[in-house]
Ligand binder design. Structure first.
Ligand SMILES: N[C@@H](CCC(=O)N[C@@H](CS)C(=O)NCC(=O)O)C(=O)O
Length: 201
């Protein structure tokens, strides 16, 4: 079995997938481009939608970080078999993904710094209490037990905290506890120890 994940030398959309692969003890090539070297036109043109991450397994390729994460989760016991349970987790993942997207959109706009800051605060004030509520309802996990949705929260949190330079979830105990739990799982913990971008914020 050959596996290769290609992304940039940042957590971003790749980190959740890396966590899942390490959690499952699945060997893979963790190929990373430096952002300063990008774009490399000859390579970009070969990508299915011109972007990373892409995941290759036994000669087949998929793009879209959440599709990759869901697939890897299915290989490492983090995707339940019941369709309703799966749909609930898909919804949790899409809520998280929407949150990350909105957060980053605040930064790409032409708005003044003050306005950007207010939008970030507004976005956090909308989503975090809802994630907190859902985690409490699931006794600390999105689906009532450890699943790939929890990994999407933890993997994404690393990236946004580094980007914004602060621990955005600090006032939310269930989110904080879940991120800590995932980052201390066997496989994930050892991987994080090798990453220079994973310092505590
Ligand atoms: N919806 C896609 C978004 C992928 C994406 O935005 N990738 C960015 C990096 S985070 C990228 O490849 N940027 C380089 C480029 O567009 O050339 C996913 O979740 O995988």
């Amino acid at each position: 079995m050959s596996r290769k994940l290609t992304y940039f030398e940042i957590p971003g959309f790749g980190e959740t997938i890396r966590y899942l692969l390490h959690y499952g003890g699945l060997k893979f090539e963790d190929f990373r481009y430096q952002r300063k070297d990008w774009p490399i036109k000859e390579i970009k043109d070969t990508l299915p939608y011109g972007q990373f991450p892409i995941y290759e397994e036994n000669g087949q390729t998929i793009n879209q970080s959440m599709a990759i994460a869901r697939y890897v989760a299915s290989q490492v016991g983090l995707l339940p078999s019941d369709p309703w349970e799966q749909a609930k987790l898909d919804a949790a993942v899409l809520n998280l993904y929407e949150f990350y997207g909105k957060l980053m959109t605040t930064q790409r706009s032409d708005l003044e710094e003050e306005k950007k800051k207010a939008l970030v605060e507004e976005t956090i004030a909308f989503y975090y209490p809802r994630f907190e509520r859902d985690l409490k309802a699931g006794n600390g996990h999105f689906g009532g037990k450890l699943s790939w949705a929890d990994f999407v929260l933890a993997g994404g949190t690393v990236g946004i905290n580094i980007f914004f330079g602060s621990k955005l979830e600090k006032d939310f105990p269930a989110i904080t506890a879940l991120v800590t739990e995932i980052q201390n799982l066997k496989g994930v913990k050892e991987y994080i120890a090798t990453q220079s971008y994973a310092e505590n914020l």
